[in-house]
Design a protein around this ligand. Structure first.
Ligand SMILES: [Zn+2]
Length: 417
């Protein structure tokens, strides 16, 4: 048993996180339920009462399910921490793959994948029960399981080199490894952004160049009009897995692509899609992506610095049940760190969400300026909310804590100004 002041502190932190999640869920669910009988004022023209009530039921069911998962996850975490499950898994895989650099990198990935297997039944249930019952599931058992296998293979193929590099730096440059490791990880992430649309996305989805015609002409004209040249616009078969719709940019610089879900093209008019794309261009023009990457990278550096400090603190790893001889490998430390980090980052998450909502308003303003008004964006956003059964009446505290996007009402109000 690993019950001591360090593990108790971590369990306390995770329990406090869980308790706040529960409280916020309850406040929000009660708030939504109270508004269930009537369509929120101003939305009567675009949504009917049955659809609105369906969106309420969908939100409530998602909340109940995630509260169930959170509770189970807390129990699971406490067992892992107190019963020394991490050192056990680490020892088990080290016996198989050995103490050398690549062996240890494999051990780290094996432990991560093993722990993630526990969430598999829940993601299955979410897809084939929850999403299914609201008509969103388009996936099949074959697609679902093939996706999981592809994900695991990709984790090993992509992460084994970078994790090995970090372990190497840790062993060869004991005093500066954390800066070098951070630099290597940042480079790796930048590389991922570039290769994601070219190599990884096509493994899961089929990307087809947008056929010539009205929509393509409109989007190219729009991009040229705001001096944001794009030469590649694709549609993606999002409908293969889900009825949810979206649009996004991917890649960097001249590797940049616009990707539209086929579901989005089915649901929206040309002008509405142009507004959604203009909003995405706005994120790039206002340097939101770069800002977020820089802030995240600062936090990653801080994380590496903390890891470096802890690597010299024997008491830390031994309180989680790791024996002292493991100290020449950073893997136990990284495992404990990755396991504990959600207990800490959860509390700063609202800051990121606040920043993200500010960015959404700015991108909306950009789109409205590019299209000479907010009307197309408003009707596009309304359709997105209706078709995705997004919640129209979250509790303000819940929205402030979790929402990366302002509510539809807030966005419309800002656009009409
Ligand atoms: Zn946005």
């Amino acid at each position: 048993m690993c019950v001591n002041s360090i593990t108790m502190t971590l369990v306390l932190l995770l329990t406090a996180k869980w308790a706040l999640e529960e409280i916020l869920d309850k406040i929000n669910s009660r708030h939504i339920l109270r508004h269930r009988t009537q369509i929120p004022h101003g939305f009567e023209q675009f949504i009917d009462l049955p659809t609105y009530q369906k969106s309420v039921d969908y939100t409530l069911m998602k909340a109940t399910f995630s509260s169930f998962c959170d509770t189970l996850y807390l129990g699971f975490s406490v067992i892992i921490i107190f019963f020394g499950f991490l050192p056990w898994l680490f020892g088990f895989f080290t016996n198989i793959f050995g103490p050398e650099i690549v062996g240890q990198a494999t051990v780290l990935l094996c432990v991560k994948v093993t722990l993630s297997l526990f969430s598999l039944p829940f993601s299955w249930w979410r897809q084939f029960r929850l999403e299914e019952s609201f008509g969103f599931n388009r996936s099949t058992q074959a697609i679902f399981w093939t996706d999981k296998i592809k994900e695991i293979v990709l984790i090993f193929a992509l992460c084994l080199p970078i994790v090995s590099a970090i372990i190497y730096l840790f062993q060869v440059f004991p005093s500066t490894w954390w800066i070098l490791g951070w630099a290597a990880l940042t480079l790796f992430q930048a590389l991922m952004v570039v290769i994601y649309p070219l190599l990884i996305l096509p493994i899961f989805n089929k990307l087809t160049p947008l056929p010539d015609g009205e929509l393509k002409d409109r989007l190219i004209a729009l991009a040229q009009g705001v001096n944001f040249p794009v030469n590649k616009i694709y549609t993606m078969d999002g409908s293969k897995r889900s009825g949810h719709s979206n649009a996004f940019f991917t890649g960097l610089g001249k590797f940049r692509h616009i990707v539209l879900y086929d579901t989005l093209i089915q649901q929206m008019s040309t002008e509405e899609i142009a507004a959604v794309v203009a909003h995405e261009i706005g994120h790039h023009k206002c340097k939101h992506i770069a800002t977020m990457l820089i802030i995240e990278s600062i936090f990653t550096l801080l994380g590496f610095r903390i890891l470096h400090y802890l690597s010299g603190a024997d008491w830390f790893l031994s309180s989680f049940g790791f024996a002292a001889w493991y100290m020449n490998s950073p893997v136990p430390l990284i495992l404990v760190f990755l396991f504990a980090i959600p207990g800490v980052t959860f509390w700063i998450e609202p800051f990121f969400k606040y920043l993200s909502r500010r960015h959404e308003y700015a991108a909306d303003r950009f789109a409205a300026a590019a299209l000479g008004g907010g009307a197309a964006l408003i009707s596009g956003l309304r359709k997105l909310h209706r078709e995705n059964l997004s919640n129209l009446t979250p509790h303000p505290i819940f929205a402030a804590f979790y929402y990366s996007h302002p509510t539809l009402l807030d966005r419309e109000t800002a656009l009409k100004k």
